[in-house]
Design a protein around this ligand. Structure first.
Ligand SMILES: *Cc1c(COP(=O)(O)O)cnc(C)c1O
Length: 802
């Protein structure tokens, strides 16, 4: 590892510096200087890692994902090079505020939420554990929209993250590949009597890769995140006058392919462009994978799967399956059976959701238009699969319409992925069980050995060591820094759960983090919050199933109680929200407006004093999460049971010593198994109850509305009460007329009870902090290192390089 002194670091900075006074311009300059100092180390380590991987000819994993939410890299890279303290000291010496320098980096918002952040944590773990792995994604010109709140409403602005130079990417011009869309594909018999395919009139697009280094933790091991950018194939000057406007139109269309990220994470945007993006990603990535393989391995692809494994993150990249069939058959002359053998040993698929509206399907007509040859291949896959069910599983014949890849004029991507992948995994135990026994039951019957669980994880390096340095240092002082390499060792903290001095110190660290967040809140919203109040945090995408509404209802209920009894003995609380809503998701946006309306009324009511404060922090992204999480006392994980496949926000807050109020959903269940029910606040329906209600249809939201006065009060307030100046009628009607599909009214009572218990428990600070410590002590399981080791051994069959 590189060892340099603070003075040497200062010298390196001074060498490159032109602006001497710390001001706005010089902060930007210093930021780029630090990046270039690091990039110097990165370049040589990257080459060495590459050489090592190539010369050892080991198997590699390619992780293909439409989203990578990597967050800012400067601080993380400094940490991983063990230069963070040195750099902090050098910057301070030079009169700069280090955090302000790191803040110059614009988060690449190349993901919507959990799924993209998971991909980023996986890359971090792969590099840190010396696994050779490449991330493949799209270099969207605009990331997820920037959210600003205007008058309490979400307003979307373009996220122009490339406006300033992004110092971590390297354009690899010479590795560009060509992608073809549309046109006409026709089969014919070639000279040797084999069936071949001819393509006419396709539209060609160039895919240019940009590589971002993924720096391992203190191991000088560097993997690549390869992001593809779409560019026109012809330069303008070669075009004759008549084609000029056509060409401009073509350029415009090409730019759109990597133009922006779809801001919709759990329902498919039925857009051609999205389909084009998916094909662009998989076609370019496969070209690269095959090119690399060919450079270092003997002729032919029949053993490709011994050196390569491809993980597809949800179904979005599943067109890779027919695309590889196409390449192997049409370009490499493999027979169907030989190609199928290769393909079905190569791909593994991660399912992230069971919500039917999020299961991807594409209209047959659209697939035919955009990737006609792939459609022919999908049809053949479908035909062969249906035949095999018909003959080999006579009992399942009537199920065929529910299993077929093509049904009701739609191509069902999950079915395609299941049929062709050698492994399918869910992302938490409950989720995988639901896949096996309910949503994908018949597939599980047919392919029992394909299904596995891989409970999600988070990088404890980014989410604890980097973002909560005070807590990290304190943990190391108790149990040594061993937990950094072996997160399970956090377990050793269990020795201290009754140690008063330790628990007081833990409380002091939380308080200091809360003071920092309080400062940020004040600066950004003008709201003064009591840093001794309970910081109750719900930060995640805004979605009905995540039930921010349940949280808001509880706030309205508390507000009413204090109004009725200003002497009410309530522990002061600060409710903190951050969430983006998909721009077309009307109800989600209404809920954002509702949170702001409630905040306005509650925060400005003199009768409430400082008992309740409601804060909404705009533009939720990785950097904001890093500010909030170390300061959370309470972690809201309150999805309708069975709906949140795993969750990872829950893990981040647990690791930072927050206590969870949650349903028995996703990874919450595994958290509860570790810490026990007395160290969490569990409430509400269980997943079996939810399924039972759906099946029997015996839930009546209206009955609760009729019988529970609290609910009637809250809903009437929305309809025409306190908040009458805004129209929240849609929320009201959604709950009562569609029978409350997410069981908010049903779970309200037990949620209030759990919240009451939080209020009670918090009063005994030692007891509270002891529970926090127990949670931290058990959070090692949720390191993505554990997850990646499981993928590596049970799915990928890849090894750590020395
Ligand atoms: C962790 C994270 C998420 C996922 O949060 P959930 O609570 O699991 O939905 C989403 N967005 C960002 C920026 C994150 O860091």
């Amino acid at each position: 590892m590189t060892r340099i002194s603070v003075q040497q670091f200062i010298d390196k900075i001074e060498e490159k510096r032109s602006l001497k006074e710390p001001n706005r311009e010089s902060y930007k300059e210093i930021y780029y200087i630090i990046c270039s100092i690091l990039n110097h180390y990165i370049t040589s380590d990257w080459k060495q890692t590459d050489d090592q991987i190539r010369s050892s000819k080991v198997k590699q994993v390619y992780y293909i994902s439409m989203e990578f939410l990597i967050g800012s890299l400067l601080k993380n890279n400094l940490l991983n090079y063990d230069l963070l303290t040195t750099c902090n000291d050098a910057l301070t010496e030079l009169g700069f505020d280090p955090e302000k320098v790191y803040k110059q980096e614009h988060d690449p918002g190349l993901g919507n939420g959990g799924l993209g952040r998971l991909a980023a944590c996986f890359l971090d773990s792969m590099a840190s554990l010396n696994y050779p792995g490449v991330g493949c994604g799209i270099r969207y010109r605009y990331g997820l929209f920037e959210q600003r709140i205007i008058n309490g409403y979400q307003t979307e602005f373009p996220d122009d993250w490339l406006q300033q130079d992004y110092p971590w990417e390297i354009r690899k011009e010479q590795e560009a590949v060509i992608i073809e869309y549309g046109g006409k594909a026709s089969l014919y018999e070639n000279e040797s009597g084999k069936l071949s395919c001819r393509y006419e009139g396709t539209e060609k697009v160039r895919a240019v890769p940009y590589d971002i280094p993924i720096v391992g933790f203190r191991n000088q091991f560097i993997n690549a995140l390869r992001l593809w950018s779409a560019e026109p194939i012809q330069e303008l000057q070669q075009i004759n006058q008549n084609d000029y406007y056509n060409h401009l139109e073509y350029e415009r269309q090409v730019e759109q392919i990597s133009g922006y990220l779809y801001p919709d994470d759990s329902s498919i945007a039925g857009k051609k462009l999205r389909l084009k993006q998916q094909y662009f990603l998989v076609s370019a990535s496969l070209r690269q994978i095959l090119n690399e393989y060919r450079q270092y391995h003997s002729s032919g692809y029949h053993l490709l799967y011994e050196k390569v494994v491809i993980q597809i993150n949800d179904t979005h990249p599943s067109l890779a399956i027919p695309e590889l069939m196409r390449i192997l058959m049409d370009e490499e002359q493999y027979s169907w059976n030989d190609a199928w053998h290769i393909v079905t040993n190569l791909f593994a698929y991660t399912n992230h959701t069971i919500m039917s509206e999020a299961l991807e399907t594409w209209p047959v007509s659209m697939i035919k238009e955009i990737v006609p040859r792939l459609y022919m291949i999908i049809e053949e896959m479908n035909e062969r699969f249906c035949q095999s069910i018909f003959y080999n599983y006579p009992d399942l014949r009537k199920e065929i319409p529910k299993l077929a890849i093509i049904a009701d004029d739609q191509v069902h991507m999950a079915r395609l992925a299941i049929i062709a992948s050698f492994r399918i995994n869910g992302v938490a135990k409950l989720h995988t069980e639901i896949l096996k026994t309910k949503e994908m039951r018949t597939f599980h019957q047919i392919f029992p050995a394909k299904f596995q669980n891989k409970t999600n994880g988070i990088s404890h390096r980014r989410w604890l060591l980097m973002t909560n340095p005070k807590l990290a240092k304190f943990i190391s002082s108790m149990i040594s820094p061993i937990w950094i390499d072996q997160p399970y060792e956090l377990n050793q903290l269990l020795r201290y759960t009754k140690d008063k001095g330790i628990l007081e110190e833990l409380a002091a660290i939380k308080l200091a983090n809360k003071q920092e967040l309080a400062h940020y809140i004040h600066k950004n919203t003008g709201i003064m919050v009591d840093d001794h109040s309970i910081f109750d945090v719900q930060i995640k995408r805004l979605h009905e199933y995540k039930r921010q509404l349940l949280n808001v209802f509880h706030i309205i209920y508390l507000y009413k109680r204090v109004q009725e009894n200003p002497q009410l003995n309530l522990m002061p609380r600060t409710f903190i929200f951050a969430a983006k809503a998909a721009p077309s998701y009307h109800l989600a946006k209404e809920i954002i407006k509702l949170i702001h309306t409630v905040a306005d009324i509650v925060n400005n009511d003199p009768n409430i004093k400082d008992k309740i404060k409601v804060v909404f922090l705009e533009n939720y992204n990785v950097s904001l999460a890093e500010k909030i999480i170390p300061a959370a006392d309470v972690s809201e994980q309150i999805s309708t049971a069975s709906k949140e496949a795993s969750g990872t926000g829950n893990m981040k807050m647990m690791m930072n010593g927050a206590l969870t109020i949650g349903t028995l959903d996703g990874a919450n269940i595994e958290m509860e198994n570790l810490v026990g029910k007395h160290n969490m606040f569990i409430f509400g329906l269980r997943s079996e109850d939810v399924y039972q209600h759906y099946q029997s249809g015996n839930y009546r939201a209206n009955e609760i509305f009729q019988t529970d006065q609290r609910i009637r009060f809250i809903l009437n307030q929305l309809h025409d009460g306190l908040f009458h100046h805004s129209s929240f009628k849609d929320i009201y009607f959604q709950l009562l007329q569609t029978n409350d599909p997410y069981f908010i009214l049903k779970d309200f009572d037990s949620y209030v009870e759990a919240q009451h218990l939080i209020d009670f428990t918090y009063r005994d600070q030692l007891k509270w902090q002891s529970k926090c410590l127990i949670n931290i002590a058990h959070s090692g399981k949720f390191s993505s290192d554990r997850t990646i080791n499981e993928y590596a051994s049970a799915i990928w069959n890849i090894k750590q390089l020395n």
